[in-house]
Ligand binder design. Structure first.
Ligand SMILES: Nc1ncnc2c1ncn2[C@@H]1O[C@H](COP(=O)(O)OP(=O)(O)OP(=O)(O)O)[C@@H](O)[C@H]1O
Length: 575
């Protein structure tokens, strides 16, 4: 675990960790020395040797005082190290995660990331503060005691010196044996947490399906698996503890037996023997708790492995400074091939050019890759082949700031922050004036929302915007995008949840941007598509037709069939 912590920490916290370990070791050694001073003290007392008694009493007092100082120092330092470790791990995780491709956040990765960044780092930090000092003490006290015993009675001392590595080996064996069960517990814990979060988050869906509590099978399964894993881990630790206990008791038995033999044969002072045997017993307790402490360390080590796994995920290479500046607000996809992970390509040679200031509608069957096109323009992922360019510059050559400045995005799944209505819009341009915010809000028809909700512009939208309707959330996110005034606007079904009148008003707003802003719009409403300068028809991973809606409808049978299908389904009159 120390090795893993050293690998993750920066130079400063590595140094702090080393100092902490040294302090903890001195703490253990001085504790052992204070205990050891009891042997000559007891012998002097029994021999009524006043000089010796005082001498060893002073030695004991000094050792106890030094130990007390190091207890305070190491405890104090453990607090500092704990804070450093949390800061370090969370800081490095945050810095790294913002540079990971967004694809990494799909599936379980998001739950993993929040689990690791919050509970994982906390549990590692708590292990340092609660378990590391006892572990170091459990190792150093027996060593100190064995050295002292060697000085007073070499036979017993030798038995301890030989026994300590044997006990350490048996303990290590037990801990390794437990490791598999511990990994099982860790995985089961993660799955239960993930299912519980899902269960809490998706209450609307579950209740509408009539599913309550443990009727939600994946959660019930996760809880049952966790119970099984806990039981397995408990048995595993009981089984591995037995040999450790036997070896420890055996060592104590041998030390006591040796002492008794020497006392009976009259070779050594029996008082000294009693004192050394009493001292030996002090080795037993730290060694016994060592096994439990190692299990705690093992759990922290698993968390650290996960932190390391996240940190080892390759980052997207983003230049600090753009290698060139976009010449205009054109967007170009040049023979782009892209697939999610190792799945078959979604886009298989997409060529598309959005001319500056034009409105292009991207249409195609569900799952054809329309959203994926917008994600590649925004560089949430990198294309496997081909290039995506903004103003003639490859998006890979733009810094995060320059790329973000070029784009405004409104996605299907709108996320609002648990802030006021005004703050949610102002996020689009934190430097915007009050009148600019209100103007963007007006254009996106947000004003009626401010008039309705308690608190008006300063009223809260609730967690993830849950106090607003789906259509209202979309309007706020459109206002946010309009406020940004970026030269390229990507809209992915941004008006899907709006009523006809509001959708028409927003369409008018978007059309008013024509000539200034390059707009790519994914929409299913016939009016939006019919009014676009050009329609790009995406099918089978390629743009297979490009032109106005009327041109494509007349010349491309696949497009005409696609629209006829939609019109039939939605009873639209087209063409
Ligand atoms: N994060 C992801 N990980 C893996 N596969 C994905 C991911 N996002 C989308 N896909 C897959 O990529 C394909 C294209 O998805 P995309 O969302 O781009 O299609 P779309 O044309 O926008 O669909 P729709 O019109 O239904 O919104 C789909 O088969 C989808 O399952």
């Amino acid at each position: 675990m120390i090795k893993a912590l050293m690998a993750i920490g920066d130079q400063l916290s590595r140094r702090a960790l080393k100092v902490f370990l040294i302090l903890a070791a001195i703490n253990g050694l001085t504790q052992g020395a204070a205990l050891a001073a009891l042997v000559p003290l007891l012998v002097s007392m029994f021999r009524r040797d006043t000089h010796g008694m005082w001498l060893w009493l002073v030695v004991l007092a000094v050792a106890a005082l030094v130990n007390a100082i190091f207890v305070v120092l190491s405890s104090n330092h453990s607090f500092a190290v704990t804070v450093d470790v949390i800061r370090d791990m969370q800081g490095r995780l945050a810095d790294h995660m913002v540079r990971l491709p967004l694809g990494w956040f799909g599936g379980n990765a998001q739950a993993t990331a929040s689990g690791i960044a919050v509970s994982g780092t906390m549990s590692v930090a708590l292990t340092i503060s609660d378990a590391l000092i006892p572990v170091v003490t459990a190792v150093t006290v027996p060593i100190a005691v064995a050295i002292v015993a060697l000085a007073f009675n070499w036979q017993i001392g030798l038995a301890l010196v030989v026994a300590i590595p044997v006990v350490a080996l048996v303990t290590r064996w037990g801990e390794r044996r437990n490791a598999k069960a511990e990994t099982g517990v860790h995985e089961a814990e993660f799955e239960t947490d993930r299912r519980l979060l899902e269960f809490a988050d998706q209450q609307v869906v579950l209740r509408s399906a009539g599913i309550h509590g443990t009727q939600y099978q994946p959660l019930a399964d996760a809880i049952a698996a966790r119970r099984r894993a806990d039981r397995k881990s408990l048995w595993s630790s009981i089984v591995s503890m037995i040999p450790q206990r036997i070896v420890i008791d055996f060592v104590f038995g041998i030390a006591a037996g040796l002492g008794v033999l020497q006392a009976v044969s009259g070779d050594v002072d029996s008082v000294a023997i009693i004192a050394v045997i009493a001292l030996t017993s002090q080795v037993i307790n730290p060694l016994r708790v060592l096994a439990e402490l190692l299990t705690t360390l093992r759990r922290a080590e698993l968390q650290l492995d996960e932190v390391a796994d996240v940190l080892n995920e390759p980052e997207m290479a983003v230049p600090e400074v753009s290698r060139a500046q976009p010449a205009d607000n054109a967007v170009q996809l040049d023979h782009v091939v892209f697939g999610y992970g190792d799945r078959a390509p979604v886009l298989d040679g997409v060529d598309l050019e959005l001319e500056p200031g034009t409105v292009t509608a991207l249409v195609g069957p569900s799952g054809s890759g329309k959203t994926t096109v917008t994600r590649l323009i925004a560089r949430f992922w990198d294309a496997n082949q081909g290039a995506v360019r903004i103003g003639g510059v490859d998006v890979k050559d733009l810094s995060d700031e320059d790329r973000a400045a070029q784009l405004s995005l409104v996605f299907q799944d709108v996320y609002l922050f648990n802030e006021s209505l005004r703050e949610n819009i102002a996020l689009g341009d934190p430097g915007a004036s009050e009148s600019e915010v209100l103007r963007a809000a007006e254009l996106a028809r947000v004003t009626p929302i401010a008039e309705r909700i308690p608190g008006g512009w300063n009223g809260s939208v609730g967690e993830s915007g849950k106090l607003l309707s789906g259509g209202e959330r979309q309007r706020v996110s459109i206002a946010r995008a309009l406020l940004k005034k970026a030269p390229i606007l990507l809209l992915d079904e941004a008006t899907a949840a709006l009523d006809g009148v509001t959708a028409k008003a927003i369409r008018t707003t978007i059309e008013s941007l024509r000539g200034q802003v390059t707009v790519l719009i994914i929409a299913h409403q016939a009016e939006t598509i019919a009014n676009a300068d050009r329609v790009a028809f995406l099918e089978h991973g390629r743009i297979c037709a490009l032109g106005t809606h009327q041109e494509l409808f007349a010349s491309n049978p696949r497009y005409a069939a696609f629209w006829s299908g939609r019109a039939q389904a939605q009873q639209w009159q087209l063409g």
